[in-house]
Design a protein around this ligand. Structure first.
Ligand code: COA
Length: 344
């Protein structure tokens, strides 16, 4: 009986060449009971390691029966639901958290994040881009881009409109899972693979990339780039920005601690500790020269912003008289507006 990192039974979409476009796992498991796998090892031809096993409907039927007989009633109920489906079915078993090697494996890892089973950086995602095909996400589901013109025509000939909501490697998270206790004003702004903590509100301007997110509660009206994690009680003001690491050479992973405020149109290229505020409109990059002010408001030192990375209780402002970026002790850390958050 070996340990298993993650496992999920799912159904998905394939293109005409039988390549996976996407997979939906309603109930993924992190560290599942190894017996779940042991009782079906032979049935599904699982020989260990990381594998995405395509199942026939007959196999899913057997799986349901064997899980039920072994006392896994809950898991069996999903297998029962799947056994009638016409969709391609897959059982993905990850013995280890190695780099994903197939589209179903990649999708399982994104599900683990959005189901809040792992936090951003809690799962290995390197090598994921080639495994996620660029897909038309439509009101009729995922469609291969080569097959799209024909499907559009077909819809029109039937007097219907095929609505293409996005063309992307990542679908929107809410088509796969809506984690409890969140508000998301525009669901297209949160990708599958986002971790949206309980009590998070994402307003229309807000955006959360994959492998990124919020501990919750929090108010997100700005952009949370891939890899960025925002601590409890923090507020990203309208159109604010957290610098990503996917392009432009930046390699510092950004995070915000608890009770931080990124003002409207502000941005950060350094990780912030707890109770930090960046003035509206001010973008701090790691090399920004910052005057550190003492209690009397006099310049005590000049440092690069990266030297202040991760420190708590800082207030960053651009002095509107002389233009210098200045940092002082943050005496009035924000308290989130209770009214905004308690109705999630
Ligand atoms: C940085 C910020 C938090 C400072 O707010 P604050 O601590 O309340 O500061 P105040 O506006 O009360 O100003 C305190 C003093 O500093 C001065 N001051 C403020 N900002 C200054 C600046 N950039 N340069 C020079 N002086 C400044 C004020 O004039 C005031 O001077 P006084 O003591 O002579 O009256 C605020 O300006 C800000 O940017 N908030 C972001 C709000 C936001 O964007 N929310 C998200 C909405 S979507």
């Amino acid at each position: 009986m070996s340990t298993i990192f993650a496992m999920a039974l799912g159904c998905g979409t394939k293109n005409r060449d039988e390549h996976w476009l996407e997979v939906f796992y309603p109930d993924p498991y992190l560290k599942p009971d190894p017996k779940l796998v042991d009782v079906i090892r032979e049935e599904v031809g699982y020989e260990g390691g990381n594998a995405a096993l395509e199942l026939t409907h007959r196999q899913v039927q057997h799986l349901a029966r064997e899980w039920r007989d072994a006392g896994f009633e809950h898991e069996a109920s999903y297998a029962v639901a799947f056994q009638e489906s016409e969709q391609p079915l897959v059982l993905t078993i990850l013995e280890t958290d190695a780099e994903p090697a197939s589209t179903p494996e990649a999708y399982l890892k994104l599900h683990l994040l959005s189901h809040r089973l792992v936090k951003p950086h809690g799962v290995v995602l390197s090598g994921i881009f080639p495994l996620l095909p660029n897909v038309a996400w439509t009101n009729e589901g995922a469609i291969d881009l080569n097959e799209l013109p024909e499907r559009q025509l077909l819809a029109r000939l039937n007097g219907k409109l095929l609505e293409v909501n996005s063309v992307d490697k990542f679908p929107k998270m809410t088509d796969y899972v809506v984690p409890a206790g969140v508000r998301i004003a525009d669901t297209a702004r949160v990708r599958l693979g986002a971790y949206v903590g309980e009590g998070t509100t994402v307003m229309h301007e807000g955006f959360i990339n994959f492998n990124a997110g919020t501990e919750g509660p929090g108010m997100i009206e700005g952009r949370i780039s891939a890899g960025v994690f925002v601590g409890k009680g923090s507020d990203l003001g309208g159109s604010s920005s957290t610098m990503g690491t996917l392009s432009g050479g930046g390699n510092i992973v950004i995070s915000l601690g608890e009770n931080c405020l990124l003002g409207a149109n502000a941005g950060t290229g350094i990780p912030l500790g707890d109770r930090c505020t960046i003035e509206a409109g001010l973008y701090i990059t790691s090399g920004t020269k910052v005057e550190v002010l003492d209690e009397n408001g006099d310049v005590a030192d000049t440092v690069k912003a990266r030297d202040l990375a991760g420190q708590s209780d800082l207030l960053f402002r651009r002095n509107s008289v002389n233009g210098a970026v200045q940092c002082q002790t943050n005496k009035s850390a924000i308290a989130l507006n209770e009214e905004l958050h308690k109705h999630n």
